[in-house]
Design a protein around this ligand. Structure first.
Ligand SMILES: *[C@@H]1O[C@H](CO)[C@@H](O)[C@H](O)[C@H]1NC(C)=O
Ligand SMILES: [Zn+2]
Length: 453
Protein backbone atom coordinates (compact mmCIF):
# COMPACT_ATOMS: atom_id res chain seq x y z
CA UNK A 1 0.00 0.00 0.00
CA UNK A 2 2.84 2.32 0.84
CA UNK A 3 4.11 1.60 -2.58
CA UNK A 4 0.86 2.57 -4.21
CA UNK A 5 0.38 5.77 -2.32
CA UNK A 6 3.84 7.12 -2.91
CA UNK A 7 4.52 5.87 -6.38
CA UNK A 8 2.52 8.77 -7.80
CA UNK A 9 2.26 6.78 -10.92
CA UNK A 10 2.42 8.83 -14.01
CA UNK A 11 3.09 7.73 -17.46
CA UNK A 12 3.65 9.46 -20.67
CA UNK A 13 4.07 8.46 -24.17
CA UNK A 14 7.36 9.89 -25.11
CA UNK A 15 8.78 10.71 -28.41
CA UNK A 16 12.26 11.52 -29.46
CA UNK A 17 12.55 15.08 -30.26
CA UNK A 18 14.91 17.56 -31.51
CA UNK A 19 14.31 21.24 -31.92
CA UNK A 20 16.56 23.94 -33.15
CA UNK A 21 18.17 26.02 -30.48
CA UNK A 22 16.79 29.50 -30.40
CA UNK A 23 19.54 31.96 -29.76
CA UNK A 24 17.43 34.48 -27.94
CA UNK A 25 18.65 35.14 -24.46
CA UNK A 26 21.50 36.99 -22.93
CA UNK A 27 22.55 36.24 -19.42
CA UNK A 28 25.06 37.27 -16.83
CA UNK A 29 27.19 34.40 -17.84
CA UNK A 30 30.41 35.06 -16.00
CA UNK A 31 29.15 33.01 -13.12
CA UNK A 32 28.79 29.99 -15.31
CA UNK A 33 32.14 30.49 -16.95
CA UNK A 34 33.85 30.29 -13.58
CA UNK A 35 33.15 26.61 -13.71
CA UNK A 36 32.42 24.64 -10.62
CA UNK A 37 34.52 26.61 -8.19
CA UNK A 38 31.48 27.83 -6.29
CA UNK A 39 30.65 24.33 -5.20
CA UNK A 40 33.54 24.11 -2.81
CA UNK A 41 32.14 27.05 -0.84
CA UNK A 42 29.14 25.13 0.43
CA UNK A 43 29.16 22.31 2.86
CA UNK A 44 27.26 19.21 1.91
CA UNK A 45 24.80 19.79 4.76
CA UNK A 46 23.29 22.86 3.11
CA UNK A 47 22.10 20.94 0.11
CA UNK A 48 18.60 19.55 0.32
CA UNK A 49 17.88 15.96 -0.58
CA UNK A 50 18.14 14.43 -3.11
CA UNK A 51 20.84 16.67 -4.58
CA UNK A 52 24.54 15.96 -4.28
CA UNK A 53 25.76 19.31 -5.59
CA UNK A 54 24.98 22.87 -4.72
CA UNK A 55 22.66 24.06 -7.51
CA UNK A 56 24.31 26.41 -10.02
CA UNK A 57 21.79 29.04 -11.01
CA UNK A 58 21.57 31.38 -13.98
CA UNK A 59 19.17 34.16 -14.68
CA UNK A 60 17.61 34.56 -18.06
CA UNK A 61 17.43 38.02 -19.51
CA UNK A 62 15.63 37.05 -22.68
CA UNK A 63 12.40 38.91 -23.26
CA UNK A 64 10.25 35.82 -23.01
CA UNK A 65 11.57 34.72 -19.63
CA UNK A 66 13.18 37.85 -18.23
CA UNK A 67 14.65 37.34 -14.79
CA UNK A 68 13.63 33.73 -14.57
CA UNK A 69 16.10 31.43 -12.89
CA UNK A 70 17.21 28.06 -14.12
CA UNK A 71 19.61 25.90 -12.16
CA UNK A 72 21.56 22.70 -12.58
CA UNK A 73 20.53 20.12 -9.98
CA UNK A 74 22.55 16.94 -9.72
CA UNK A 75 21.76 13.79 -7.79
CA UNK A 76 24.89 11.80 -8.48
CA UNK A 77 23.72 8.54 -6.94
CA UNK A 78 20.43 8.27 -8.85
CA UNK A 79 20.38 5.57 -11.51
CA UNK A 80 23.38 4.14 -13.35
CA UNK A 81 25.07 7.47 -14.09
CA UNK A 82 23.53 9.93 -11.66
CA UNK A 83 21.11 12.51 -13.00
CA UNK A 84 21.46 16.23 -13.70
CA UNK A 85 18.31 18.25 -14.13
CA UNK A 86 18.30 21.75 -15.59
CA UNK A 87 15.12 23.48 -14.53
CA UNK A 88 13.53 26.20 -12.41
CA UNK A 89 13.93 26.25 -8.61
CA UNK A 90 10.15 25.78 -8.31
CA UNK A 91 10.21 22.59 -10.35
CA UNK A 92 13.24 21.35 -8.40
CA UNK A 93 11.38 21.98 -5.17
CA UNK A 94 8.48 19.88 -6.40
CA UNK A 95 10.94 17.12 -7.24
CA UNK A 96 12.34 17.40 -3.70
CA UNK A 97 8.89 17.30 -2.13
CA UNK A 98 7.48 14.45 -4.17
CA UNK A 99 10.69 12.49 -3.65
CA UNK A 100 10.22 10.63 -6.87
CA UNK A 101 13.93 10.46 -7.60
CA UNK A 102 14.02 8.02 -4.70
CA UNK A 103 11.21 5.88 -6.07
CA UNK A 104 12.26 2.59 -7.48
CA UNK A 105 11.55 2.64 -11.21
CA UNK A 106 11.08 -1.10 -11.24
CA UNK A 107 7.90 -0.77 -9.18
CA UNK A 108 6.11 0.99 -11.98
CA UNK A 109 6.97 -1.43 -14.71
CA UNK A 110 7.37 -4.84 -13.13
CA UNK A 111 6.00 -7.07 -10.45
CA UNK A 112 8.59 -8.48 -8.05
CA UNK A 113 8.59 -11.71 -9.96
CA UNK A 114 9.11 -10.02 -13.30
CA UNK A 115 11.89 -7.90 -11.83
CA UNK A 116 13.65 -11.03 -10.62
CA UNK A 117 13.26 -12.62 -14.02
CA UNK A 118 14.72 -9.61 -15.77
CA UNK A 119 17.59 -8.98 -13.42
CA UNK A 120 18.76 -12.36 -12.25
CA UNK A 121 19.11 -13.75 -15.75
CA UNK A 122 21.11 -12.39 -18.63
CA UNK A 123 19.40 -9.45 -20.27
CA UNK A 124 17.19 -10.50 -23.21
CA UNK A 125 19.11 -8.17 -25.55
CA UNK A 126 22.60 -7.27 -26.64
CA UNK A 127 24.00 -4.06 -28.06
CA UNK A 128 26.05 -4.54 -31.18
CA UNK A 129 27.08 -2.92 -34.43
CA UNK A 130 24.64 -2.68 -37.31
CA UNK A 131 25.69 -2.04 -40.85
CA UNK A 132 25.13 1.65 -41.60
CA UNK A 133 23.45 2.51 -38.29
CA UNK A 134 26.22 2.49 -35.72
CA UNK A 135 24.93 0.43 -32.83
CA UNK A 136 21.66 -1.44 -32.47
CA UNK A 137 19.91 -3.59 -29.89
CA UNK A 138 19.13 -7.22 -30.66
CA UNK A 139 17.04 -9.84 -28.90
CA UNK A 140 19.15 -12.67 -27.49
CA UNK A 141 16.13 -14.89 -26.88
CA UNK A 142 12.49 -14.97 -27.82
CA UNK A 143 10.69 -12.01 -26.25
CA UNK A 144 6.95 -12.11 -25.73
CA UNK A 145 4.36 -9.50 -26.65
CA UNK A 146 4.18 -6.66 -24.12
CA UNK A 147 7.20 -7.98 -22.24
CA UNK A 148 9.35 -5.36 -20.52
CA UNK A 149 12.76 -5.74 -22.08
CA UNK A 150 14.72 -2.85 -20.72
CA UNK A 151 14.47 -0.23 -18.01
CA UNK A 152 16.67 2.83 -17.96
CA UNK A 153 17.00 5.97 -15.88
CA UNK A 154 17.69 9.42 -17.24
CA UNK A 155 21.18 10.90 -17.06
CA UNK A 156 20.34 14.40 -18.19
CA UNK A 157 16.97 16.09 -17.96
CA UNK A 158 16.73 19.45 -19.61
CA UNK A 159 13.83 21.86 -19.30
CA UNK A 160 12.61 22.74 -22.80
CA UNK A 161 12.25 26.37 -21.78
CA UNK A 162 16.06 26.62 -21.64
CA UNK A 163 16.25 27.25 -25.34
CA UNK A 164 14.02 30.30 -25.05
CA UNK A 165 15.69 31.58 -21.92
CA UNK A 166 19.33 31.37 -22.96
CA UNK A 167 21.53 31.76 -25.98
CA UNK A 168 22.72 28.61 -27.70
CA UNK A 169 26.21 28.94 -26.25
CA UNK A 170 24.89 29.58 -22.76
CA UNK A 171 22.69 26.52 -22.98
CA UNK A 172 25.62 24.45 -24.21
CA UNK A 173 27.78 25.57 -21.32
CA UNK A 174 25.07 24.67 -18.82
CA UNK A 175 24.64 21.29 -20.43
CA UNK A 176 28.37 20.62 -20.28
CA UNK A 177 28.36 21.37 -16.57
CA UNK A 178 25.30 19.18 -16.05
CA UNK A 179 27.13 16.26 -17.68
CA UNK A 180 30.36 16.99 -15.80
CA UNK A 181 28.59 16.67 -12.48
CA UNK A 182 27.30 13.17 -13.17
CA UNK A 183 28.86 10.23 -11.41
CA UNK A 184 29.73 8.71 -14.78
CA UNK A 185 29.84 11.50 -17.37
CA UNK A 186 31.83 9.29 -19.74
CA UNK A 187 28.75 7.14 -20.38
CA UNK A 188 26.95 10.16 -21.77
CA UNK A 189 29.92 11.44 -23.76
CA UNK A 190 30.43 8.03 -25.33
CA UNK A 191 27.05 8.36 -26.98
CA UNK A 192 28.11 10.69 -29.73
CA UNK A 193 26.90 9.84 -33.21
CA UNK A 194 25.85 6.30 -32.41
CA UNK A 195 22.98 6.49 -34.78
CA UNK A 196 25.38 7.33 -37.49
CA UNK A 197 23.42 10.05 -39.07
CA UNK A 198 23.44 13.25 -37.12
CA UNK A 199 25.00 15.93 -39.23
CA UNK A 200 26.40 18.66 -37.07
CA UNK A 201 26.62 21.06 -40.01
CA UNK A 202 22.90 21.81 -39.72
CA UNK A 203 23.06 23.27 -36.25
CA UNK A 204 22.97 26.99 -35.99
CA UNK A 205 26.36 28.04 -34.85
CA UNK A 206 29.04 25.73 -35.78
CA UNK A 207 32.15 26.13 -33.73
CA UNK A 208 33.04 22.50 -33.69
CA UNK A 209 34.94 22.12 -30.49
CA UNK A 210 33.09 24.66 -28.40
CA UNK A 211 32.24 23.75 -24.84
CA UNK A 212 29.09 21.69 -24.64
CA UNK A 213 28.95 21.07 -28.39
CA UNK A 214 29.36 17.33 -27.99
CA UNK A 215 26.82 17.13 -25.17
CA UNK A 216 24.33 19.24 -27.10
CA UNK A 217 24.63 17.08 -30.21
CA UNK A 218 24.11 13.98 -28.09
CA UNK A 219 21.05 15.52 -26.49
CA UNK A 220 19.56 16.56 -29.83
CA UNK A 221 20.09 13.17 -31.38
CA UNK A 222 19.12 10.97 -28.49
CA UNK A 223 16.73 12.67 -26.09
CA UNK A 224 13.13 11.66 -25.53
CA UNK A 225 10.49 14.15 -24.58
CA UNK A 226 8.45 13.90 -21.40
CA UNK A 227 6.55 15.92 -18.92
CA UNK A 228 7.47 16.05 -15.26
CA UNK A 229 5.82 18.31 -12.67
CA UNK A 230 3.85 19.96 -15.44
CA UNK A 231 6.93 21.07 -17.38
CA UNK A 232 8.31 19.67 -20.59
CA UNK A 233 11.71 18.12 -20.63
CA UNK A 234 14.23 16.45 -22.87
CA UNK A 235 15.51 13.30 -21.26
CA UNK A 236 18.62 11.40 -22.12
CA UNK A 237 18.44 7.65 -21.48
CA UNK A 238 21.86 6.21 -22.36
CA UNK A 239 20.82 2.59 -22.73
CA UNK A 240 17.45 3.09 -24.41
CA UNK A 241 18.96 5.54 -26.86
CA UNK A 242 20.83 2.60 -28.43
CA UNK A 243 17.58 1.39 -29.96
CA UNK A 244 17.20 2.36 -33.60
CA UNK A 245 14.17 3.79 -35.34
CA UNK A 246 11.58 2.01 -37.45
CA UNK A 247 8.33 3.54 -38.71
CA UNK A 248 6.47 0.36 -37.89
CA UNK A 249 8.42 -0.55 -34.78
CA UNK A 250 8.27 -3.75 -32.74
CA UNK A 251 8.70 -1.94 -29.42
CA UNK A 252 7.54 1.17 -27.61
CA UNK A 253 8.62 3.32 -24.70
CA UNK A 254 6.80 3.88 -21.44
CA UNK A 255 7.85 6.76 -19.23
CA UNK A 256 7.60 6.97 -15.45
CA UNK A 257 8.70 9.79 -13.23
CA UNK A 258 9.81 7.28 -10.57
CA UNK A 259 13.55 7.77 -10.78
CA UNK A 260 12.86 9.49 -14.14
CA UNK A 261 12.80 6.18 -15.87
CA UNK A 262 11.68 4.65 -19.09
CA UNK A 263 10.89 1.08 -20.09
CA UNK A 264 11.01 -0.63 -23.45
CA UNK A 265 8.13 -2.99 -24.11
CA UNK A 266 7.28 -4.97 -27.21
CA UNK A 267 4.20 -4.80 -29.43
CA UNK A 268 4.50 -8.42 -30.46
CA UNK A 269 6.58 -11.55 -30.04
CA UNK A 270 10.15 -11.02 -31.13
CA UNK A 271 12.49 -13.81 -32.20
CA UNK A 272 16.06 -14.22 -30.99
CA UNK A 273 18.35 -12.23 -33.28
CA UNK A 274 15.72 -9.68 -34.30
CA UNK A 275 16.62 -6.03 -33.88
CA UNK A 276 14.50 -4.05 -31.42
CA UNK A 277 13.07 -0.83 -32.85
CA UNK A 278 11.01 2.09 -31.60
CA UNK A 279 9.52 4.97 -33.54
CA UNK A 280 11.29 8.28 -32.97
CA UNK A 281 8.28 9.90 -34.59
CA UNK A 282 4.65 10.10 -33.79
CA UNK A 283 3.04 6.96 -35.11
CA UNK A 284 0.70 7.00 -38.06
CA UNK A 285 2.37 9.53 -40.37
CA UNK A 286 2.57 9.14 -44.12
CA UNK A 287 5.79 8.36 -45.96
CA UNK A 288 6.39 11.96 -47.04
CA UNK A 289 5.86 13.29 -43.54
CA UNK A 290 8.08 10.63 -42.01
CA UNK A 291 10.85 11.25 -44.50
CA UNK A 292 10.74 14.95 -43.79
CA UNK A 293 10.63 14.51 -40.02
CA UNK A 294 13.47 12.00 -39.96
CA UNK A 295 15.81 14.46 -41.61
CA UNK A 296 16.27 15.88 -38.14
CA UNK A 297 18.21 12.77 -37.29
CA UNK A 298 20.07 12.88 -40.54
CA UNK A 299 19.18 9.46 -41.88
CA UNK A 300 17.10 8.00 -44.65
CA UNK A 301 14.77 5.38 -43.28
CA UNK A 302 15.14 1.90 -44.71
CA UNK A 303 12.54 0.26 -42.48
CA UNK A 304 10.08 -2.28 -43.85
CA UNK A 305 7.37 0.36 -44.22
CA UNK A 306 9.54 2.89 -46.04
CA UNK A 307 10.88 0.30 -48.45
CA UNK A 308 7.48 -1.04 -49.51
CA UNK A 309 6.85 -1.18 -53.27
CA UNK A 310 5.23 2.06 -54.42
CA UNK A 311 1.67 0.73 -54.75
CA UNK A 312 1.69 -0.74 -51.27
CA UNK A 313 3.25 2.44 -49.96
CA UNK A 314 0.49 4.52 -51.54
CA UNK A 315 -2.14 2.26 -49.99
CA UNK A 316 -0.50 2.61 -46.62
CA UNK A 317 -0.42 6.39 -46.97
CA UNK A 318 -4.07 6.48 -47.93
CA UNK A 319 -5.08 4.42 -44.90
CA UNK A 320 -2.98 6.64 -42.69
CA UNK A 321 -4.67 9.76 -44.04
CA UNK A 322 -8.09 8.23 -43.49
CA UNK A 323 -7.20 7.19 -39.96
CA UNK A 324 -5.92 10.69 -39.25
CA UNK A 325 -9.16 12.26 -40.48
CA UNK A 326 -11.44 9.74 -38.87
CA UNK A 327 -11.94 11.46 -35.50
CA UNK A 328 -13.10 14.73 -37.05
CA UNK A 329 -15.43 12.90 -39.45
CA UNK A 330 -16.94 11.08 -36.49
CA UNK A 331 -17.40 14.31 -34.61
CA UNK A 332 -19.00 15.91 -37.65
CA UNK A 333 -21.51 13.08 -37.89
CA UNK A 334 -22.15 13.15 -34.18
CA UNK A 335 -22.86 16.85 -34.25
CA UNK A 336 -25.24 16.30 -37.16
CA UNK A 337 -27.13 13.80 -34.95
CA UNK A 338 -26.08 10.89 -37.17
CA UNK A 339 -25.22 8.77 -34.15
CA UNK A 340 -25.24 5.35 -35.73
CA UNK A 341 -23.18 6.56 -38.69
CA UNK A 342 -20.64 7.99 -36.29
CA UNK A 343 -20.44 4.74 -34.38
CA UNK A 344 -20.27 2.78 -37.64
CA UNK A 345 -17.34 4.83 -38.82
CA UNK A 346 -15.55 4.37 -35.50
CA UNK A 347 -15.98 0.60 -35.87
CA UNK A 348 -14.67 0.68 -39.45
CA UNK A 349 -11.68 2.56 -38.12
CA UNK A 350 -10.70 -0.45 -36.05
CA UNK A 351 -10.07 -2.56 -39.12
CA UNK A 352 -8.17 0.19 -40.87
CA UNK A 353 -5.95 0.64 -37.83
CA UNK A 354 -5.28 -3.09 -37.72
CA UNK A 355 -4.57 -3.25 -41.45
CA UNK A 356 -2.04 -0.51 -41.04
CA UNK A 357 -0.33 -2.20 -38.10
CA UNK A 358 -1.10 0.70 -35.79
CA UNK A 359 -2.50 -1.43 -32.96
CA UNK A 360 -1.37 1.16 -30.48
CA UNK A 361 -4.18 3.40 -31.73
CA UNK A 362 -6.79 0.82 -30.78
CA UNK A 363 -6.76 1.79 -27.12
CA UNK A 364 -8.06 5.19 -28.15
CA UNK A 365 -10.44 3.88 -30.76
CA UNK A 366 -12.06 1.56 -28.20
CA UNK A 367 -12.19 4.41 -25.71
CA UNK A 368 -13.82 6.61 -28.32
CA UNK A 369 -16.49 3.98 -28.90
CA UNK A 370 -17.04 3.71 -25.16
CA UNK A 371 -17.57 7.44 -25.03
CA UNK A 372 -19.92 7.50 -27.98
CA UNK A 373 -22.08 4.76 -26.43
CA UNK A 374 -22.01 6.63 -23.12
CA UNK A 375 -23.27 9.73 -24.88
CA UNK A 376 -25.92 7.61 -26.56
CA UNK A 377 -27.04 6.42 -23.13
CA UNK A 378 -26.05 2.78 -23.71
CA UNK A 379 -24.03 2.07 -20.63
CA UNK A 380 -23.63 -1.68 -21.18
CA UNK A 381 -22.16 -1.17 -24.64
CA UNK A 382 -19.98 1.64 -23.34
CA UNK A 383 -18.61 -0.66 -20.67
CA UNK A 384 -17.87 -3.40 -23.16
CA UNK A 385 -15.73 -1.05 -25.27
CA UNK A 386 -14.16 0.48 -22.18
CA UNK A 387 -13.22 -3.02 -21.09
CA UNK A 388 -11.45 -3.64 -24.38
CA UNK A 389 -9.54 -0.42 -24.00
CA UNK A 390 -8.76 -1.24 -20.36
CA UNK A 391 -7.51 -4.71 -21.22
CA UNK A 392 -5.22 -3.42 -23.89
CA UNK A 393 -3.89 -0.55 -21.81
CA UNK A 394 -3.30 -2.91 -18.90
CA UNK A 395 -1.55 -5.40 -21.17
CA UNK A 396 0.68 -2.70 -22.54
CA UNK A 397 1.62 -1.52 -19.08
CA UNK A 398 -0.16 1.83 -19.12
CA UNK A 399 -2.12 1.07 -15.97
CA UNK A 400 0.89 0.22 -13.85
CA UNK A 401 1.99 -3.23 -12.81
CA UNK A 402 -0.45 -5.90 -11.76
CA UNK A 403 -0.78 -4.63 -8.19
CA UNK A 404 -1.64 -1.17 -9.35
CA UNK A 405 -4.10 -2.16 -12.02
CA UNK A 406 -6.68 -2.98 -9.40
CA UNK A 407 -6.93 0.70 -8.57
CA UNK A 408 -8.57 1.25 -11.92
CA UNK A 409 -12.11 0.20 -11.23
CA UNK A 410 -14.53 0.51 -14.11
CA UNK A 411 -16.08 3.68 -12.75
CA UNK A 412 -12.77 5.53 -12.60
CA UNK A 413 -11.78 4.12 -15.91
CA UNK A 414 -14.93 5.19 -17.68
CA UNK A 415 -14.46 8.64 -16.26
CA UNK A 416 -10.89 8.69 -17.52
CA UNK A 417 -11.81 7.17 -20.82
CA UNK A 418 -14.62 9.64 -21.02
CA UNK A 419 -12.36 12.62 -20.75
CA UNK A 420 -9.83 11.00 -23.05
CA UNK A 421 -12.28 10.08 -25.72
CA UNK A 422 -14.03 13.39 -25.32
CA UNK A 423 -10.78 15.03 -26.19
CA UNK A 424 -10.62 12.82 -29.23
CA UNK A 425 -14.08 13.92 -30.23
CA UNK A 426 -12.96 17.47 -29.74
CA UNK A 427 -10.13 16.81 -32.12
CA UNK A 428 -7.32 16.61 -29.63
CA UNK A 429 -6.12 13.24 -30.75
CA UNK A 430 -4.83 10.44 -28.70
CA UNK A 431 -5.35 10.79 -25.03
CA UNK A 432 -3.79 7.49 -24.28
CA UNK A 433 -1.74 6.44 -27.20
CA UNK A 434 1.97 6.27 -27.50
CA UNK A 435 3.58 9.10 -29.33
CA UNK A 436 0.16 9.57 -30.71
CA UNK A 437 -0.39 13.11 -29.70
CA UNK A 438 0.65 14.80 -32.80
CA UNK A 439 -0.62 14.88 -36.27
CA UNK A 440 1.17 16.96 -38.80
CA UNK A 441 1.51 20.60 -37.91
CA UNK A 442 1.88 20.06 -34.19
CA UNK A 443 5.24 20.82 -32.72
CA UNK A 444 7.30 18.30 -30.89
CA UNK A 445 5.96 19.51 -27.56
CA UNK A 446 2.46 18.40 -28.41
CA UNK A 447 3.54 14.85 -28.92
CA UNK A 448 3.54 14.28 -25.23
CA UNK A 449 0.50 12.74 -23.74
CA UNK A 450 -0.13 12.14 -20.13
CA UNK A 451 -2.47 10.10 -18.05
CA UNK A 452 -2.07 10.35 -14.36
CA UNK A 453 -4.02 8.84 -11.57
C1 LIG B 1 28.80 12.72 -5.54
O1 LIG B 1 28.58 13.94 -4.91
C2 LIG B 1 29.16 14.06 -3.64
C3 LIG B 1 28.74 15.38 -3.06
O2 LIG B 1 29.07 16.45 -3.93
C4 LIG B 1 30.66 13.95 -3.73
O3 LIG B 1 31.25 14.01 -2.44
C5 LIG B 1 31.01 12.64 -4.39
O4 LIG B 1 32.40 12.59 -4.60
C6 LIG B 1 30.29 12.51 -5.71
N1 LIG B 1 30.58 11.22 -6.25
C7 LIG B 1 30.97 11.04 -7.51
C8 LIG B 1 31.33 9.65 -7.88
O5 LIG B 1 31.05 11.95 -8.29
ZN1 LIG C 1 10.63 4.03 -42.09
Amino acid sequence: MGLLSQSAFAFFAAARLRTAWAALGVVAFDKLLQGNSQQTVFSQNDIPDPWSHEPSCFRSTSIATAGKQFCIYTANTTGPTGVSIITTPEAAQTIEELQFLDDNPLDNFLTHQQAQELFTKDPPYEVRKVEGKGLGVFATRKILKYETVMIDQASVVEDMEIEKAFSAQEARTMLAQAVNQLRRPQIVRAMSSDHGGHDSSDTEDDDDDGEGKLETDIMLTNAYGSEVTGRKFRNLFPLISRINHACSPNSYVLFSRAGISMAIKTYRDIEAGEELSVSYLTLGQTFAHRTHALRRWGFTCTCSLCTLPSTAKAESDLRRSLIAQSDSKILEMWNADKYSDAIGLAIEGIQMIKDEGLEHFLTDQYALLAKLWMLAGERKKAEAWARKSWDMLAGMGYLGNEDEQEMWDMETFLERVGSGAMKAVNRVPASLRDGGGSKEGLGVDERLVEVQK
